[in-house]
Design a protein around this ligand. Structure first.
Ligand code: AHG
Ligand code: MN
Ligand code: MN
Ligand code: MN
Length: 336
């Protein structure tokens, strides 16, 4: 009956994390409780996204966020859902959200030892046309157990305990790493449970796809322009790469993780630090890529070695298949 074990022995995300927890005998289930609250938030946003068009949840909320972006109703709703879910878990002490200018310091009576950085709704420009969007998160442990302070969320990405995303697409897919590889779970709406569907994801060592917003080409620096040129006009007789760009980082990264290839959001003359935010976009996706056997580079260094100075810092990012990112690193090294 091993063959149909998956039908009767459901590996839910909660069971999976409990299994992982047995490797940390000292843990008291706090992380499992924190994760279950993040999962709850994702299930709520998934259902809101699926009925956005019907429930008048599309369009603008009428506010602008610290990024200078007009907030969509779903940006604001998802942010409130995650803040409430994380605070009510009783396991967090500091929260950083793309949608909040300042970090949230959880009130002492509800404090735990984890700091969560998150992008409640990634790919907002794609909401109104029904293209895949997502939620991205990263989890740090508070540095030393006393009073939480901002430095606790200004740690390099390599200090993250866990990172993941939930993609709201044709199915609702939750991808997670707690430092021992990457696993993917798909929501079974009839059960309301995320079931393990992509165990131990490994990104292909080299890919045939590059993913970048070609509309910024006139502002790229030399190495980026040279790399994209090589993708389109290979000089070694290999086939040109395909271009795939969805415009939601979660969707572009998920495809890169499963199919291989490289995702780029480079610096350009207008934005020398690129567009993507270090804490809740660059770090979690870089963490996952390394855990899946790929890598992530900023144009200057390993992305996870970066130390953010402010909670909404941005960085250029080149991430994906190991060999593809190596080529980009070589072009930047030659430029030095
Ligand atoms: P967000 O919707 O959370 O602000 O993030 C949008 C980001 C990311 O999802 C995507 O990769 C990038 O913006 C696309 O930017 P361009 O439209 O400039 O290509
Ligand atoms: Mn935004
Ligand atoms: Mn985003
Ligand atoms: Mn966002």
């Amino acid at each position: 009956h091993a063959a149909d074990a998956h039908r009767t022995d459901l590996m839910t995300i909660t069971r999976h994390v409990l299994n992982e927890q047995t490797k940390h005998p000292e843990s008291r289930g706090d992380f499992t409780i924190l994760l279950s609250h993040i999962v709850l938030g994702c299930k709520f946003v998934c259902s809101a996204v699926n009925k956005a068009g019907l429930a008048k949840l599309i369009g603008l909320a009428g506010e602008t966020n610290v990024q200078g972006e007009e907030q969509k109703k779903l940006d604001v709703l998802s942010n409130e859902v995650f803040i409430n879910a994380l605070v009510s878990s009783g396991r967090t002490c500091i929260l950083v959200s793309e949608e909040d200018e300042e970090a949230t310091f959880v009130e002492p009576s509800k404090r735990g030892k984890y700091c969560v950085v998150f992008d409640p709704l990634d790919g907002s420009s794609n909401i109104d046309c029904g293209v895949s969007i997502g939620t991205i998160f990263g989890i740090y442990l508070i540095k030393d157990g006393d009073e939480p302070k901002l430095e606790d969320v200004l740690q390099p990405g390599k200090n993250m305990l866990a990172a993941g995303y939930c993609m709201y697409g044709s199915s609702c897919t939750f991808v997670l790493s707690t430092g021992g590889g990457v696993n993917g779970f798909t929501l079974d709406p009839s059960l309301g449970e995320f079931i393990l569907t992509h165990p131990d994801i490994k990104i292909p060592k080299k890919g045939k796809i590059y993913s970048v917003n070609e509309g910024n080409a006139k502002n790229w620096d030399g190495p980026t322009a040279k790399y994209v040129e090589k993708c389109k006009f290979p000089t070694d007789g290999s086939a040109s790469k395909s271009l795939r760009y969805i415009g939601s980082m979660v969707a572009d990264v998920h495809r890169t993780l499963l199919y291989g290839g490289v995702f780029l959001y480079p610096a350009d003359k207008k934005s020398p630090n690129g567009k993507l935010r270090v804490l809740y976009e660059v770090f979690p996706m870089s963490f996952l890529m390394e855990q899946a056997g790929g890598q992530a580079f900023t144009g200057k260094q390993r992305a996870l070695d970066l130390v953010p100075e402010k909670i909404h810092d941005r960085s250029p990012i080149f991430l994906g298949s190991y060999d593809d990112v190596e080529e980009i690193k070589a072009l930047y090294a030659a430029e030095e």
